[in-house]
Design a binder for this molecule. Sequence first.
Ligand code: FAD
Length: 454
Amino acid sequence: MIYDVVIVGAGFSAIAVTCNLIQQLPPTASIAVIGDDPGFGRGTAYRTELHLHRLNVPAGRMSLHPDQPSDFVDWLKSRNVPLQEGDFASRGDYGLYVRDTLARLLRRKNERCRVDFIKAKASGCFEQTSRTLIFDLNNGDQIGARNVVLCLGVGNANLPVDIAGLSSAVRSRVVENPWRLSWMNRVRPEDSVCILGSGLTMIDQVLALRAHGHRGHIDVLSRRGLAPLGHVRTPPPAAQFDIGALPTRLSELLKVLRARSRTVTDWRAVMDGLRPVTQQLWQRLPTEERRRFLRHVLPWWNVHRHRVAPDVYAQFEALLSEGTVRVRAGFLGAIEADGKRLKLAYRKRGSQAAEQVSADWLINCTGMERAGISHSPLLEEMRRQTLIEADPLRLGISVDDRSRVVSKKLNEEIGAYVVGALSAGQFWEITAVPDIRVQAKKVATELAARISSS
Ligand SMILES: Cc1cc2nc3c(=O)[nH]c(=O)nc-3n(C[C@H](O)[C@H](O)[C@H](O)COP(=O)(O)OP(=O)(O)OC[C@H]3O[C@@H](n4cnc5c(N)ncnc54)[C@H](O)[C@@H]3O)c2cc1C
């Protein structure tokens, strides 16, 4: 079958585009959503069932619809979850909200377009005619698309060292994908754990371990040893920025922002003031300055920008100060067996000294990998066929400022768009709901106009 729109992916981005399309397309139109994620519609982020895995954005900014800001808070209230706009809901509840929102729209059977959910992975893609793309699915089927929205997210990072030489017994103590929480059942309360990576995923896993009854020591190793900072219960008023007056050289821009931080009571005011204008700021930076940002500023940006809920931070900080969790800065060199345990050799940051950590378990929390196109066989195949190209910074797919795929081959007749983190080369700030929901709505509106005029 040939659909008016094929959406590839089954996480938040895909569902946000689907909801917007259902609201805007005529009943004669058709959509297919392709995805094989077990938590269809929730992705890695919102599939968790642990209540302590909290959103890192206040509930008042997590509505799926940018023009109905209280939608998520109202949904929580309807479920007797008495949270306010500034509170941090559980990510599991958010996943249910997203699915519920979609389900409500799907129930309007006679008023809406056709929507088919296809439980499969798209494995290949080719242009059949100048007006149709064909997707090969891993279940052997093929489906056609007059328009396509790529919502594949970014892949999870692999371990930076090879563990193929370890015996299977020792290898089983390396958890490469921490999102399958069943690994925690094998950890004894007194076991020592080493976590690789010190971002949001690390904090999630530390708190989940504690909730599981783990009381042993936890070493955290990352290249810079920087862990996320916390939100405050009463956020300071966001600083205002005149984007046109900000420098476009990174070093000068940082100077201005540091100076501004000294004039406010809390640095969060500056980060919160930058948030609504970050996309514009990014688009004004020349490519070389963007490259510099990724090389030198990114780890600091991440810990200041992607903060955790205040009480989550307080729990983590208590574990740090009592010495249960220790964060080290260094570069992992090798993982060896130490009897039944693991020995991790690393080079301490800022020195040539070789150090080591011994642990019963190693958990890979290096998080989302901005591996661009290369994490996906489908995207690699599309690139080989010149249907898409990588953006200059290799963050994802090259798109224009309307999220349309930039391609020398794709005919104008086919609408091809990217929603979510794979469009970071153009927008940078496009990994969280408050930005993705706006992009999803714009893309759906453009597609609806295309379809009604064709
Ligand atoms: C642990 C965690 C916590 C987070 N917390 C927050 C938060 O509190 N607030 C916030 O705003 N943001 C948060 N984020 C950011 C989050 O990434 C976004 O909010 C959002 O979930 C991104 O959704 P997505 O659909 O773009 O990507 P994903 O959720 O990664 O979904 C991509 C989907 O594409 C599918 N897919 C990939 N390849 C194919 C293929 N070839 N064929 C078919 N399907 C394919 C995958 O299986 C997956 O289902 C968090 C992220 C993580 C990882």
